[in-house]
Design a protein around this ligand. Structure first.
Ligand SMILES: [Fe+2]
Ligand SMILES: [Fe+2]
Length: 353
């Protein structure tokens, strides 16, 4: 008995350790389901989640032969064993399913699986029900109170995993939607027209990919490129009072890199994009702005965006790809980093076909 408890604890801790690291919730749930089957000695397991309207459960995970068939089926809250567990937020132990009036045979009928016994527990975040987890058909004997404990512990981990995944999905969703709105406003204000920021971001990341940059640099360049002209959305009055503009000069073109970089500086996730925004109008020969940096002193991301932005501006002005390539070539060493020009030229010519 003691050995079994130790095994259970070890397995649960192993999953808990993975909880933070594993971003893929499906993989984690599969592991939790497999662990439940193994520790409890059951033939199959499933995880069902509550629909947005909170009226039905749908399958998130179903192992065993019934897996594929039941995936698309719905369980009304209050109906069948899982439906009752969802309604009452209480575990249920059903030793003889076929003789139990609460049991709904629909899933067995659809899948050809024969359910003999069920242990079902609620998935809870605090008091809030998010779904139900169950194991089916104890291989030897009946489900026990110890099995119920094990499944409740695993269900608690599953609930956290699902909740984490939902929250980060929500965050990503929120962030990318806000970015889209912002980018549209930037393009409107910058005068470069619709889609400029997005195209610059695409071109910049294509260059970053060719350079083999790591994920962190790649993300900084993507965000920096998307937001490179964000300084244009600040009002001229805002620019005047802004700490970054000490001169009386409110030439928006001249100040937008400074203003933009200060706008995004307080946002943690954009911290590494700050130099990209600040320096995207520096020239390779040191004659650009705002800091007159030259050569490799200009951050790499800013050198990339400078080239991508110029190319897009020329495209907007109706120049064809050959002409753009020619112009960029002329700007080597003067405006642009020659290494970046080497990389963008083949990318541009691939756009011709
Ligand atoms: Fe700009
Ligand atoms: Fe731009």
């Amino acid at each position: 008995m003691e050995e079994k408890k130790l095994e259970v604890l070890e397995k649960i801790f192993a999953i808990a350790r993975n909880l933070a690291g594993l971003s893929d919730v499906d993989t984690l749930l599969k592991r939790i389901g497999a662990t439940a089957e193994e520790l409890i000695g059951a033939e199959a397991s499933s995880v069902m989640l509550l629909d947005d309207d909170r009226k039905n459960l749908y399958f998130k995970l179903a192992t065993g032969t019934r897996g594929g068939v039941v995936q698309k089926m719905r369980i009304p809250v209050g109906k069948g064993i899982a439906g009752l567990v969802a309604q009452q937020k209480q575990s249920l132990l059903v030793p003889e399913a076929q003789k139990d009036a609460r049991f709904s045979g629909d899933f067995d009928k659809a899948s050809g699986f024969t359910t003999r016994s069920i242990l079902a527990v609620p998935l809870l975040i605090g008091d809030d029900l998010i779904g139900v987890m169950e194991v089916l058909n104890k291989k030897e004997g009946n489900f026990t109170e110890q099995d119920r404990d094990i499944l409740e512990n695993l269900a608690a981990l599953a609930a956290v995993a699902i909740n984490n995944a939902r929250q980060s999905e929500d965050n990503r969703n929120f962030f990318s939607n806000i970015l889209e709105i912002l980018v549209e406003a930037i393009d409107e204000q910058s005068g470069y027209g619709n889609g400029h920021s997005l195209r610059v971001a695409q071109m910049s990341t294509a260059i970053a990919k060719e350079l083999g940059l790591d994920n962190r640099q790649y993300r900084a360049i993507y965000y920096g490129a998307l937001l490179h002209d964000i300084g244009f959305i600040a009002s001229p009055e805002g620019l005047m009072s802004s700490v970054v503009v000490s001169t009386k000069d409110v030439d928006r073109e001249r100040v937008h890199p400074l203003v933009g970089s200060e706008m995004i500086r307080p946002i943690n996730i954009l911290r590494e994009a700050v130099p990209v925004v600040r320096h995207h109008h520096e020239y390779y020969d040191g004659s650009g702005y705002p800091d007159g940096l030259s050569g490799e002193n200009i951050p790499l991301g800013a050198r990339i965006v400078a080239v991508a932005e110029a190319a897009d501006e020329m495209r907007k002005n109706g120049l064809n790809i050959d002409r753009i390539s020619q112009m960029l070539n002329l700007g080597r060493e003067v405006r642009f980093d020659p290494k970046i020009i080497e990389i963008i030229l083949p990318i541009l010519s691939s756009l011709k076909d």
